[in-house]
Design a protein around this ligand. Structure first.
Ligand SMILES: [Zn+2]
Length: 262
């Protein structure tokens, strides 16, 4: 089993990061990808991966929040991102994408900054981790993100924290992307998401936590940690009529293939 998306550099792990990784291993999860959002966090993610070889891997991206914070110096941040990624220690570019829930950069700026990072992922031959959150500030973030992805042939990657329906899932699959499922699938009211995930072929799904966020039921509301990916895997197994061991096996295989972990 592999947790394909967590934020282990988050301050909420400062008191028990090593223990959280022990609990992860005890839950049958042999690896995780910790996501660096912004340059400082990305360097910290890389250092954490270096401290836990074969257990923690790192990605780096300018997500909509750190891109917004960079303001007019986004071009310099993009140069910094390229430098980090080419210096090594990262297996993916992201997360980056489109945020319509929180108030960050205006839509055209977000699109441009997302497109620039897709081009960089293609140039560096790295898988892309996409963030697409719909909301009152722009509507369907999946449609916007997909338009930009489709304009960049050759990009490969994953739509992380997928929260869409069957039509949106199919659109990502058609674009050649994998779909990553987290604790949201266990939340009340997410029937459309459950129907979508029931339909995705097993070789195109990943399991993630997005820890410290989005802890699955019955841990909902608590700080999430990578060990909880096992709860989401069990839920997905029940939903799809598969054995939990099989879900954990394909989640591991798919993540290691996408991020080329060997
Ligand atoms: Zn995330």
């Amino acid at each position: 089993m592999f947790d394909s998306h967590c934020h282990l550099t988050n301050a909420r792990f400062d008191t028990d990061r090593a223990l959280a990784l022990e609990r992860m291993a005890a839950a049958g999860i042999t690896g995780c990808l910790t996501i660096g959002t912004g340059l400082t966090d990305a360097a910290a993610a890389r250092d954490l991966a270096l401290a836990y070889p074969g257990m923690v891997w790192a990605s780096a991206g300018l997500d909509p929040f750190s891109a917004f914070e960079s303001g007019d110096s986004f071009p310099e941040h993009l140069v910094g991102l390229r430098q980090l990624l080419t210096n090594g220690g990262f297996v993916a570019l992201g997360e980056c994408g489109i945020e319509h829930h929180h108030d960050v950069d205006p839509a055209p700026v977000q699109r441009e900054r997302f497109a620039a990072q897709i081009s960089l992922a293609i140039e560096l031959d790295l898988p892309l981790i996409v963030h697409a959150r719909s909301g009152p500030r722009g509507g369907d973030a999946h449609a916007v993100a997909l338009d930009i992805v489709r304009a960049h042939p050759g990009v490969r990657g994953v739509i992380h924290s997928f929260d869409g329906d069957t039509v949106q899932a199919r659109a990502w699959l058609t674009a050649g992307f994998l779909v990553a499922v987290n604790g949201m699938i266990t939340f009340k009211g997410n029937d459309a998401l459950r129907a979508a995930v029931a339909q995705v072929p097993a070789d195109h799904l990943l399991i993630e936590t997005d820890a410290p966020y989005l802890a699955p039921v019955p841990q909902r509301g608590k700080r999430c940690e990578p060990a909880f990916a096992a709860l989401t895997a069990a839920f997905v197994a029940e939903l799809r009529g598969e054995r939990p061991d099989d879900v954990m096996a394909w989640a591991n295989r798919n993540a290691r293939a996408l991020f080329r972990l060997g």
